[in-house]
Design a protein around this ligand. Sequence first.
Ligand code: HEC
Length: 195
Amino acid sequence: MPRSHLLLLGVALAATAWWAVAGSDEPPRAALEEARRASGELVTSVRSELVKAIEASGPLRAIVVCKYTVPEIASAVSRKYGARVTRVSLAPRNPALGWGDAWEQQVLMGFDERVAKGEKPEGMEHFEIVAEPSGRFLRYMRVLPMQPPCMHCHGPADQISEPIRAQLAHDYPFDKAMGLPLGRVRGAVTYKKPL
Ligand code: HEC
């Protein structure tokens, strides 16, 4: 093969490799749809358990749903999708489960900024392919805004009933998850799966 052809071939191969690397930053559509589906499933199941408990026995008794049932739902959805699917916040109530890692904190701060600038929090999401020591992951987050039922346990302290405040102070002495008005970012669902 003449040298000029070899050179052309080399350039073409380099261009393909560059395209493959540059193009790999977009997550595959099916993987992204799966992240959205899993996150939606977590949100829907949590909301239905919470609303059911509040209606049946009041918000004080619903605390046990948040404490025991929600982590179980997050585990079940994670097992089903082979991903880590859970809820995080910049100001968590449960430090074991609620604290985001560095990437999650950054995304949550970005959500806060967007909402402060007037963007609606409903449906707000962020996704990215992230390289970590053990491989590449699809990471996805979707905002959990403060809605009317959340006010019972995450709203401003003077709007939370005395028995709920006492129970939360007993169960979560380092609680940071109170004092938020409607429409603010309470936290987010986070999804992480190896590609
Ligand atoms: C009945 C009280 C109650 C209500 C109502 C409630 N939460 Fe919570 N929430 C809790 C408790 C308790 C925890 C800590 C759960 C644990 O121990 O992991 C929590 C934890 C969370 C977390 C995980 C991060 C953290 O702070 O530990 C998010 C996110 C969250 N709640 C969002 C919401 C949203 C959004 C709503 C409204 C749709 C809501 N909560 C309604 C009591 C409540």
